[in-house]
Design a protein around this ligand. Structure first.
Ligand SMILES: [Zn+2]
Length: 355
């Protein structure tokens, strides 16, 4: 893995040398094909490196965007659009996932088939009637441009939730001026930029989202691998407060065998399916509170207890890292946490050996 990162870095430095930044606002010129063409040529080499890095991070994290089925239905169309315009894009899964997340934020959870990204609303009211393909291409070009404009260590890790990628994604919403002004994306920067340019946005009747990058990032999950990686962490933002095995019962003080691990996090923190499977329980019990059980096949079952909310129903097929509920303190619980349990052939096993 280390060698691959080094190779990527070297490739990046080599590719970076001959590239100069042209007309800084070419990106704004959707109707100006000359500017866009000039940009496309410059982008190709560097873009390929960014693509590689996205693949690398995607493989490390093993996560996909948690978008609705209606949005995921556009997966093939996005892939097709990327393949059709090879001057801009190298197709990979990470890029498709990023596009899906942006589609959901831009077009909503039930996007229209004619123009799912609604680019006329968000970016340019002067555009004529747009098609799905034009819309996707437009966002892809903006994303390419934003990557290029993000000059602060452009080959830093582009993991899904880090500041560099968020800066790039936010640049899609604001165009090149934003990423030129702020090397690092932050909520403060975003709000400041939005407020400074609000008059222009209103005059042009476009409506950028000042929290676009955060909303896109929310649709991804990060996961860390510690055991054999059979399952992904169901609540990556949490900290482990109680491990598997013998312990003192937190409720009655007696001896107890803890059948899972406790992951403490604020109420409402997203809980994700540790792997794809079928929901066999989604309900309430006095001890487990709101809880979910997922059968993954091969004798593996995972259980999620004390939830504040449940987003799935019994019988649902869930994807790995699909959001299934929120952390809570229902049932026998002393504070907001997720009790996560893994069973193999009906016997609880240490989840940490499988994460
Ligand atoms: Zn527990």
């Amino acid at each position: 893995m280390k060698r691959r990162i080094l190779l990527l870095l070297l490739a990046g430095i080599t590719a970076m040398a001959p590239i100069t930044v042209h007309a800084s606002d070419a990106f704004e010129g959707w109707n100006d094909t000359t500017k866009m063409d000039a940009w496309d040529v410059l982008a190709v080499t560097e873009w390929a490196n960014v693509q590689d890095r996205l693949i690398l991070d995607q493989n490390t994290a093993g996560a996909e965007a948690n978008v609705t089925d209606a949005v995921r239905a556009f997966e093939d169309e996005i892939r097709e659009a990327m393949e059709a315009d090879s001057s801009i894009l190298v197709v990979n899964d990470a890029q498709v996932e990023l596009m899906l997340a942006m589609l959901q934020v831009l077009g909503g959870t039930n996007p229209s088939a004619s123009d799912p990204y609604q680019i006329r609303v968000w970016f340019d009211p002067d555009l004529e009637e747009t098609t799905c393909r034009q819309s996707i291409n437009y966002v892809l070009r903006r994303l390419t441009r934003a990557f290029k404009q993000h000059t602060n260590d452009p080959y830093a890790s582009y993991s899904k939730n880090d500041a560099a990628l968020q800066s790039v994604v936010q640049g899609v919403m604001y165009g090149s001026a934003y990423t030129r002004t702020y090397a690092e994306y932050s909520l403060d920067n975003s709000v400041e930029y939005y407020e400074a340019n609000q008059e222009t946005f209103e005059r042009k009747e476009i409506a950028p989202m000042k929290d676009f990058a955060e909303r896109v990032a929310e649709l991804f999950t990060t996961s860390s691998i510690s055991g054999n990686g059979r399952f992904t962490y169901p609540c990556p933002e949490a900290t482990i407060t109680s491990r598997f095995g013998s312990r003192t019962d937190p409720i009655n003080g007696g001896a107890d065998t803890h059948k899972g691990i406790d992951l403490a996090a604020n109420t409402g923190t997203p809980v994700y399916a540790a792997d794809a499977g079928t929901v066999t329980t989604a309900g309430y019990s006095t001890s487990a509170g709101n809880w979910i059980v997922i059968n993954h096949g091969d004798g593996f079952v995972t259980k999620y207890m004390h939830l504040s909310s449940i987003n799935v129903n019994e019988g649902d097929e869930v994807r790995k890292v699909q959001k299934i509920g929120g952390v809570g303190s229902t049932g026998n619980s002393t504070g907001p946490h997720l009790h996560f349990q893994v069973e193999l052939n009906g016997t609880p096993v240490n989840p940490e050996n499988y994460l």
